[in-house]
Design a protein. Structure first.
Length: 241
């Protein structure tokens, strides 16, 4: 992605990222530059802002898709080279996205709806085709040191309303909040959705679904719906005997 850059991040944008859950140390670790071109005039006129950290980038096809729909007050800060990112789509006004340095999302897809936010602190290693989806509203915040195997799906919820026929009450949540603690391992095909919290050092097993649940720190959750199958565990990136 080639274009014109402006040094520095506006204080109101920094404050907004902090309010969304971005750690101050993550913001301070990078020199931010605001992308001016090749973004069209309407992008800036509508109060949108895209920042890149030193060495960060977005693929041309991702940038082209980002400006497909007219949105307002969108704030995106990217701190890593995102050469292998498949998509980053914004579906409404007021969306906030932060991707820290040392985030690797091979063939990953990010979706953020109006008034929603996605915050990924690095390092994040998503081996292939992770989907992070906040189109339904709400927030997704991941602390540092994430390992996500292939085809992980993290979503505030589905975009379609499911309701009780008698009362009209919505059953699936709108605007859910998901928080992943530090040093979390999501195994292949794991799903985290609805109001959910994954504790520090926890593991979500292969093809397991955490929906509207809390997984304690240093625990293994498995099954669909997930249940705690082991406690007081520690995992490492190294495959040791």
């Amino acid at each position: 992605m080639d274009g014109t850059l402006e040094d520095g991040m506006h204080v109101r944008h920094r404050d907004r990222l902090r309010a969304a859950g971005v750690e101050a140390t993550a913001l301070d670790a990078l020199s931010w530059r605001r992308v001016l071109e090749p973004l069209p005039d309407w992008w800036h006129d509508h109060g949108n802002a895209l920042y890149l950290g030193a060495g960060a980038s977005l693929p041309d096809h991702v940038l082209a898709a980002l400006i497909t729909y007219p949105v307002r007050d969108v704030l995106i800060a990217v701190g890593s080279p995102m050469d292998w990112l498949s998509s980053l789509l914004v579906g409404g006004d007021g969306a906030t996205i932060f991707l820290d340095r040392r985030c690797a999302l091979t063939a990953g897809e990010l979706y953020c709806g109006g008034g929603s936010s996605i915050v990924l602190h690095g390092p994040v290693v998503a081996t292939r085709s992770a989907i992070v989806d906040a189109r339904n509203g709400g927030t997704i915040v991941a602390q540092a040191d994430q390992l996500w195997a292939a085809d992980v799906y993290i979503a505030t919820d589905d975009m379609h309303r499911l309701q009780d026929r008698r009362t009209g009450e919505r059953i699936n949540p709108y605007g859910a909040h998901i928080r992943l603690g530090r040093h979390v391992w999501l195994c292949r095909d794991a799903v985290v959705t609805g109001h959910a919290e994954i504790g520090d050092g926890a593991v979500v097993g292969m093809r397991s679904m955490v929906r509207g649940q809390k997984v304690p720190p240093n625990a293994v959750a498995a099954g669909s719906p997930a249940r705690i199958v082991r406690e007081d565990v520690a995992w490492t990136l190294d495959d040791l005997p």
